[in-house]
Design a protein around this ligand. Sequence first.
Ligand SMILES: Nc1ncnc2c1ncn2[C@@H]1O[C@H](COP(=O)(O)OP(=O)(O)O)[C@@H](O)[C@H]1O
Ligand SMILES: [Mg+2]
Length: 366
Amino acid sequence: MNSSHSPAEPLLRVQGLRKLFGSTAALDGIDFSLAPGEFLTLLGPSGSGKTTTLMSIAGFVAPSAGEIFHRGAPITSRPPEDRGFGMVFQGYALFPHMTVEQNVRFPLSIRGVSGGEARTRARAALEQVQLGAYAGRYPRQLSGGQQQRVALARALVYRPDALLLDEPLSALDKKLRADLQWELRKLNKESGASFLYVTHDQEEALSMSDRIVIFNQGRIAQIGSPSELYERPASLFVAEFLGRSNVLQGTVRSAGQDGLAVDYEGGVIQVAGAPRACAAGDSVSLVVRPHKLRLASAGQPGLQARVEAVGYAGNLLNYLLRTPRGTPLYLECVAGAGQHPDLRQGADVRVAVDGEAVSVLEAARP
Ligand SMILES: Nc1ncnc2c1ncn2[C@@H]1O[C@H](COP(=O)(O)OP(=O)(O)O)[C@@H](O)[C@H]1O
Ligand SMILES: [Mg+2]
């Protein structure tokens, strides 16, 4: 650890990163930073540039332009072994002929740590991932989840200040993945190491991260905390990538200090606040999450819709409604908590939009 490092300085900073493969830009101006101890996730569809970014940071891909800083010092042209980051990938990549403990000791031995100290540290790392009792086994004698835990112990054993993880859970089944998500989160906070985590799974990103960087076609679409991105997406791409949204195309009727009135399919939707500069006549897309729609009470303004289908999701009920003009509306409520008797398949209802929970975006191109 570098004691002159100030806490305000990012642990890692990526500036203007570009990568061309032939004439195609896999990365086209990537800028973000990773704070000490932070769990930062790179999230985006397949092919959006997440792995290329991680590999540039690790030192296995040479960027075409841009700079990477570690504690303020440029490392862009340093070889991977000088950067000292811990790495965990989708494949477990354990040495099959070595025991669990030998695998975990390996990064120590290449750093000249051996004997009793190596043993103590390897044992401690295995305890951290709850595999203390498996030190003498071989990788083939472990489940996929256990092998991935060994890979984590091996990455943490030499106490790197950052761990780079590329889809480490994607080979595991859903239940195991959920268990390991909690463990990764805990290891991040206990070890104090920053985690830079790549996934294409939006639920995983939302549940684990301190902040998320959303990638789209080699560029950053938005950076923010999970709730900022989920509740206040800056674009339709972000809104739709992070789960189900209602997207309502309307026209601004009036814009004032305390909000907008938007004409929508013969009704008016009131939007609180003034999140975007808008003027009367502008076409806008209103984005609102399914749990921010509810049935209008008598006398309250609402959108006409018919209940088309009801879906049961354990703790939640999902409703697909449709307006008279054929626009789908998704409404979600907590099962058992005052769900409305009118929400039956085939029923005609009126839907109220929570004006505090609407993101106002530029209208989507038809
Ligand atoms: N070695 C390579 N040679 C040519 N194209 C590549 C190479 N690596 C990645 N790409 C391309 O760069 C883009 C980004 O890839 P990648 O970073 O792997 O995306 P992600 O990890 O988000 O799925 C893709 O279009 C991919 O095909
Ligand atoms: Mg990838």
